[in-house]
Design a protein around this ligand. Structure first.
Ligand code: CUA
Length: 337
C-alpha cells in the first residue's frame, strides 16, 4: 500500500509546508525560511573562513619556518561570544512570535461568530471527528477520517478550532498546508486552529509513531464553500437512510458483531469504538484514507471480507462471513449516503 492515497481529482493535494493556505501554516513557513536563511549565512561565513585558511596557510615547500604564534585576543573572544548570543536572541524572539501566532484559545460558541468547533479523537489507526458547534449552533454528529470545514470569505473569517484528544496512545494531527503538528495525548485536551479561503482537499498524516499502522493513519480535510458546508452539515445531522429494499442487509448487519463497535444512528447500532457508519457513503475513502470508497462497494466488500489483508494489525478482524452475508451487508451499507 502506498502512503498518501490521492484520488484522480486530488493531484493538487500533495502536502507541503511550503504551500500554506492558512495563517498558522504561513507563520510556520516564514519561520522556517528565516531560520534557514540565518543558518545558511552562518554556514557560508564559517566554511568560507575555513577554506580561506586552508588555502592561505597551507604547507608550502619554500617555507620550513614555523609561522608566528599568537596567544589570545580579547576583541576576537568578545566578537565570537557576542555574535552567537545575538543570533540566539533573534531566534528566540521570532520563535516566540510564531508560537503566539499559531496558538489561540477557542471562543465560547456565539451566534454569528462563524466558528466551527470539532473534537478530534485519535485512535489506532483512524480519526474520530465529533462536531460540536458551528456559528453558535450546537451539532451532535460524529464522523470519521474526513474533516469538512467551511472556507472564509473576504471579510468573513470562519475559523476552525479543534480540541485534540486520544483514546489510546499519542498521535499527532498534521495537515501541513493548514497548521503545524499538534499532539493528541491521552488524558488531556490540546487545541489547534486554522482557517482558509481556498476550497479543496488538504491531506495529512498522523505525525507521532503510534503502532503498526501509524503510516496509514491518513487525514483528509475538505474545505467547502459555506453553502456546500451547510448542506453537508444538514446531511450528516440526519439519521441513517432507511431503504426497505435492503432490509435483509440491515438485519444481517444488526445480527453480526458489527454493532458492538460501529454506530449507525437510527437503527440501534450504538457501538462507539470504531468509525460511525451513519453516512459512510458520503466519505471518499475507507480505512482512514487508504483505499477509495467506490460507489459499487468493491473495496468495501474487500475490506469487510478481511480488513487484515488491507491494513494488517488494524483492530477490525475478519468475521469469516459467507458470500451471501457479505453481499447483503455491503448492499445495505451502500445505501448510507
Ligand atoms: Cu496515530 Cu501515528
Amino acid at each position: 500500500m502506498n502512503g498518501l492515497l490521492l484520488l484522480a481529482d486530488d493531484v493538487a493535494a500533495v502536502p507541503s509546508i511550503f504551500r500554506p493556505v492558512s495563517p498558522p501554516a504561513e507563520s510556520i513557513r516564514y519561520l522556517s525560511i528565516l531560520v534557514f536563511a540565518i543558518a545558511a549565512v552562518i554556514f557560508l561565513i564559517v566554511e568560507g573562513i575555513l577554506i580561506y585558511c586552508l588555502m592561505r596557510f597551507r604547507h608550502r615547500e619554500a617555507s620550513e619556518k614555523e609561522p608566528p604564534q599568537i596567544y589570545g585576543s580579547r576583541p576576537i573572544e568578545i566578537a565570537w561570544t557576542a555574535a552567537p548570543i545575538l543570533i540566539v536572541v533573534i531566534l528566540v524572539l521570532v520563535n516566540a512570535r510564531t508560537l503566539w501566532d499559531v496558538t489561540r484559545d477557542p471562543p465560547k460558541p456565539k451566534l454569528g461568530d462563524n466558528t466551527l468547533l470539532v473534537t478530534v479523537v485519535g485512535r489506532q489507526w483512524w480519526w474520530e471527528y465529533r462536531y460540536s458547534s458551528y456559528n453558535g449552533k450546537p451539532l451532535s454528529f460524529v464522523t470519521a477520517n474526513e474533516l469538512h470545514i467551511p472556507v472564509s470569505n473576504e471579510g468573513v473569517p470562519r475559523p476552525v478550532f479543534l480540541a485534540l484528544q486520544s483514546a489510546d496512545v499519542y498521535h499527532s494531527f498534521w495537515v501541513p498546508q493548514l497548521a503545524g503538528k499538534t499532539a493528541l495525548i491521552p488524558g488531556r485536551t490540546n487545541i489547534m486552529w486554522f482557517q482558509t479561503q481556498t476550497t479543496g482537499l488538504y491531506v495529512g498524516q498522523c505525525a507521532e509513531y503510534c503502532g503498526t499502522q501509524h503510516a496509514n493513519m491518513l487525514q483528509r480535510v475538505v474545505a467547502d464553500t459555506p453553502s456546500d458546508f451547510e448542506k453537508w452539515l444538514v446531511g450528516q445531522g440526519k439519521p441513517a437512510a432507511d431503504d426497505p429494499a435492503v432490509a435483509v442487509g440491515r438485519k444481517e448487519f444488526l445480527s453480526q458483531s458489527c454493532v458492538n463497535c460501529h454506530r449507525i444512528r437510527g437503527i440501534g447500532a450504538t457501538g462507539s469504538y470504531a468509525p460511525d457508519l451513519t453516512h459512510l457513503m458520503s466519505r471518499q475513502t475507507l480505512a482512514s484514507g487508504m483505499i477509495p470508497n467506490d460507489p459499487e462497494g468493491k473495496n468495501l466488500r474487500a475490506w469487510i471480507a478481511d480488513p487484515q489483508e488491507i491494513k494488517p494489525g488494524c483492530l477490525m478482524p475478519s468475521f469469516h462471513l459467507s458470500n451471501d452475508q457479505l453481499a447483503s451487508i455491503v448492499n445495505y451499507l451502500r445505501t448510507l449516503q
